[in-house]
Design a protein around this ligand. Structure first.
Ligand code: EPZ
Length: 485
């Protein structure tokens, strides 16, 4: 397993290119199951989660291949992303993933793959809509808390699906319609749970409804930009959708969908993470291909803290693909932040903001309303000298003058990003173990940070042990020689 060795007090400069969005690309890959035509996703990031989804789709009878690069400014200047030189090799902007169904007999998404990536549940709706049957392993919980799918299933049952749970698998069949074809039926569905709506649940139901007989209304749909981006892709495939990205989506089912070449939106969580990396290291950096329009709740809090986000290009630009400069006041102000469904502050940036607030001047209050258990990063930050007190879904962070480097353990994707941030700002060396968590959602963050001047090294755990043994041996030898002398 890999670890990062990070030298602290980093001062960064230069720019970073934001990749395509993981959380938009995953349900878009699953949506390729809705058609026998080729589906190409441009700007698909090189992440282990997408590799897992690709493996799952291959098991479900799809060809999945890389179709070469488009120019990173595929949309030309009108996109506002005037682009710089060809992005460094470790950035995927321009990469094209091509998916085409070649065999529709397979309908089982196995536990071995689903357990590694919860977003595999996104294949349930498309499989059921297109093939009439589906067997998908129930995704387990994860480090950030329970991950139920009751809302997904409630929606599909409302559309006529017969659903059973047996030995950890969801087995679903669509009702037999006219001509003996199994086909879901349009329905009116309320998709609200105790923590609000569901992002992947909305994606599942919206995708399934595109091929259903009749009209489906989803009330209390998730409004995340990733849902809106999926709606754009499905519409380009021939679906009839109104309201994607709003709480009420209306889908009129059609007989067939065609192929599409869709450019996935930039990753707003990656962009927000780099904004906070610039802030915690008190650096001035530029973020390219930044979906600033989808980050208003985040820039609202960051500006309150003392972080300035300035759009580089004057005049009309695509507000989802801008170039912006990040600068920061020397002293950071404490804030209150509560995570909410979009357009509120995203839960996927909670850990990163909390890391930033550990060095603010005063007490901040962070409340997690989406995944109340999503605080495994707090104990690790405390090891680095942070002062944080958790009471249920709320953490009070008392700012300290400095963090101190230490060996820490990543527990989940966004917690690992928060520990890298803390390591860059701390005094001394930080070792972040289990960075495979980070590689699920950030493409070679170590290389992107090194391009901006960070001293960060990816190292195999075994080399780490060897390095630590050598250090112990050297210090022992020094002690012996001092005693002998
Ligand atoms: C998506 O997960 C994202 N993942 C998550 O990002 C993100 O944290 C989450 O949305 C919330 O924004 C992807 O898009 C691949 P939910 P999803 O269903 O759709 C409860 C990351 O770091 N709920 O919107 O699985 C659930 O327990 C990942 O990139 C039910 O009660 O999340 C949670 O409390 C982590 N019943 C809340 O709703 C259900 O049937 C929101 O979950 C479904 C969810």
């Amino acid at each position: 397993m890999d670890a990062f060795v990070i030298q602290g007090k980093a001062h960064l400069s230069g720019s970073v290119l934001v990749n395509g969005s993981k959380n938009a690309a995953l349900p878009q890959m699953a949506a390729a199951l809705l058609t026998a035509e080729p589906v190409t996703i441009t700007d698909a990031p090189r992440l282990s989660d997408l590799a897992s989804m690709g493996q799952l789709l291959e098991e479900l009878g799809c060809d999945v291949e890389e179709a070469g690069r488009a120019s990173p400014n595929t949309g030309g200047v009108k996109n506002g992303y005037a682009g710089t030189a060809e992005p460094a090799s470790h950035r995927s902007v321009g990469r094209r993933l091509r998916i085409q169904t070649v065999d529709e007999t397979a309908t089982h998404a196995r536990y071995e793959i689903v357990r590694t990536m919860r977003a595999s549940i996104s294949v349930l709706g498309p499989l059921l809509a297109r093939r009439g049957v589906a067997r998908v392993s129930m995704p387990g919980g994860c480090a950030i808390g329970d991950r139920p799918v009751d809302l997904h299933l409630r929606g599909l049952v409302a559309m006529g699906a017969d659903i059973n749970l047996c030995s950890g698998d969801i087995t679903a069949t669509a009702p037999v319609g006219a001509g003996g074809r199994r086909r879901l039926k349009g329905a009116r569905i309320f998709l609200g749970g105790p923590f609000g709506s569901t992002v992947l649940g909305t994606a599942n139901i919206m995708s399934a409804a595109t091929l259903a007989e009749g009209t489906t209304v989803i009330e209390n749909a998730a409004c995340e930009p990733e849902v809106q981006d999926l709606g754009r892709m499905l519409t380009a495939m021939g679906a009839r959708i109104e309201g994607a990205g709003t709480p009420r989506i209306v889908i009129e089912g059609v007989e067939e969908l065609g192929g599409v070449d869709h450019r996935v939106m930039p990753d707003r969580i990656e962009a927000g993470t780099f904004m906070m990396i610039g802030a915690i290291t008190n650096s001035q950096i530029t973020i390219e291909n930044c979906p600033l329009d989808a980050l208003m709740a985040v820039t609202d809090r960051l500006e309150r803290i003392g972080v300035k986000i300035t759009v580089r290009e004057p005049g009309w630009v695509d507000p989802m693909r801008v170039r912006c400069d990040v600068t920061c006041d020397r002293t950071l102000n404490p804030v209150e932040m509560t995570t909410q469904p979009y357009p509120g502050f995203p839960t996927d940036l909670q850990a990163q903001l909390l890391a930033l607030l550990t060095i603010a001047e005063g007490n901040s209050v962070v409340t997690e309303k989406i995944f109340p258990e999503r605080f495994l990063h707090v104990a690790e930050l405390t090891r680095m000298g942070a002062s944080a007190f958790r009471q249920g879904p709320t953490v009070v962070v008392s700012g300290v003058r400095r963090l101190v480097g230490a060996p820490v353990m990543a527990s989940d994707l966004r917690a690992s990003a928060c520990l890298v941030m803390a390591g860059l700002a701390a005094e001394g060396e930080t070792i972040v173990r289990r960075v495979y968590h980070l590689d699920r959602g950030y493409e070679r963050m170590d290389l992107a940070l090194r391009d901006m001047g960070a001293e960060i090294e990816r190292i195999d755990d075994r080399d780490l042990e060897r390095r630590e043994e050598e250090a112990v041996a050297a210090s022992t030898a020094r002690i012996h020689s001092a005693l002998a002398g």
